[in-house]
Design a protein around this ligand. Sequence first.
Ligand code: FAD
Ligand code: SF4
Length: 481
Amino acid sequence: MSAEFDVIVVGSGAGGGVVAGELADCGRTVLLLEAGPHLTSADFKRWEAKASHDLYWPLRFAPLPDGDVLTFLAGRCVGGSTTINTKVALRAHERDIAKWHPASGLTNEGGEPFSRGDLDEYYARVERVLGVRERRDWEQCVHTAQAGFRALGAELEPVTSYTDAKCMSYGSCLQGCPTDGGKSTMNTYLARALAGGRLVLRTGVHAERVLVERSGGRPRADGVQYVDAAGERRIARARFVVVAAGALNSPLLLLRSGLENRAIGRHVGLHPLRLVYGLFDEVQDAHRVYPITAHCMKHQTDDAGGFVIEASTVMDPIAFATTLRDDNGPFWGARLVEALRSYRRWNGLLAMVNDENNASVSLDADGAERFEVDLQPSEQARLGAAFGFSRKALEAAGARQIAWTGLISTHTQGGCRMGDDPQRSVVDRHGESHEVKNLFVGDASLLPCTVSVNPSLTVMALATRLAERLELALSGELAVT
Ligand SMILES: Cc1cc2nc3c(=O)[nH]c(=O)nc-3n(C[C@H](O)[C@H](O)[C@H](O)COP(=O)(O)OP(=O)(O)OC[C@H]3O[C@@H](n4cnc5c(N)ncnc54)[C@H](O)[C@@H]3O)c2cc1C
Ligand code: SF4
């Protein structure tokens, strides 16, 4: 069967957007399949309900043992979650990357344990493309929070982010950036490739399975079956297929394609977070700032507590109202009305904790997706410590009421682990499936263990590395059979 494209990429987020953009830049024919729509800054308004419908996957939940649920948030649009995220851009700590070799046997090109040094040149390239810069432009709500951190012997520091000088600091990042100051893969890698006419983008398209040729030798991927925006089932063929549908969807796509590696969908990391809010006497307007200008890294490593706190942010009114809770349970009735009347006086911290990669994604007997979370005592301890610290910091800053959300995962990672050991990983050190040749994974599902900071820069660095590898193969500099 002749290939129409050099590469088909499924998913246009942090991983797929970078792979597709980089390869198109090299002059390769790339077909990019994306489930969501192609909306741009001209379409983005701070209309929370509409953005939730247009730009996000419908909410997905995993049950928790106490009857509560953990909520997954992810983008479904061109640019994927990078179009609706807060754009904090951080390199992973070397201690986080050092966990990868013990977890999956991952080594570098020289056969040594994979380390941060193996990613640095790719981090640097992504930072250049996205114009990563430091955010010292703290509004009053961050200074208010800082007083609470200092009272506990901790310090807020500026974050770095992929937001340029066009950022108006008005806080609508989760509904898409209306100024293009926030850099997604949509308005950088993909906009450039599309303007150059080098990329074929099909949106509103659901990839159903990777096509695997199983006759003779090792099975080999040669295309993708998808349902197009008009509901027609179609097939596209390529020399290489890159699955980059995000950490929840990529394992499901591999399973639906008939792959059997037992590590698929396992070792999923949630990097669970919750928002903790404090009600102040003075107006905070924490919804009218670039959402995360600062963070506290004092407890980042496992032995220092295993959590990172970001400041200052509150969710927009619908999400705020529907997730607010305290020791008396979810806010409802008069309590909820009162909390919303005071919306401008709430200040918020985002507390996220290191995890043990024990969650899983699978298909049930009917072929439906299933998410399981198995929180370990160490994770529970970190969640408790992160919550306790956030609460005390807000109280020390002057908050007279505290409320919080349930557990949320926006930084889901793993599920198609990269590693040298096929028993403990799904793809090899280059991202190629241990089971099916020419099938690559290029997104957050690659990470053998979660990193303790926001992961998108790491996902994009890995995707840059994968694109480099594929370009070598396509140009004939690497022998491929
Ligand atoms: C609200 C929010 C805030 C965040 N803030 C930050 C932050 O400040 N800094 C940071 O580093 N990280 C942040 N993240 C996380 C970061 O955005 C993700 O880690 C990163 O985007 C993951 O990249 P990915 O390529 O794996 O998946 P995604 O970026 O989610 O892209 C996957 C894409 O695949 C598409 N897709 C899925 N299935 C199919 C299918 N079957 N067919 C076709 N297309 C499909 C999806 O529609 C989606 O567009 C945030 C995430 C969220 C949700
Ligand atoms: S705060 Fe800045 S990056 Fe976020 S949506 Fe507004 S302009 Fe864009």
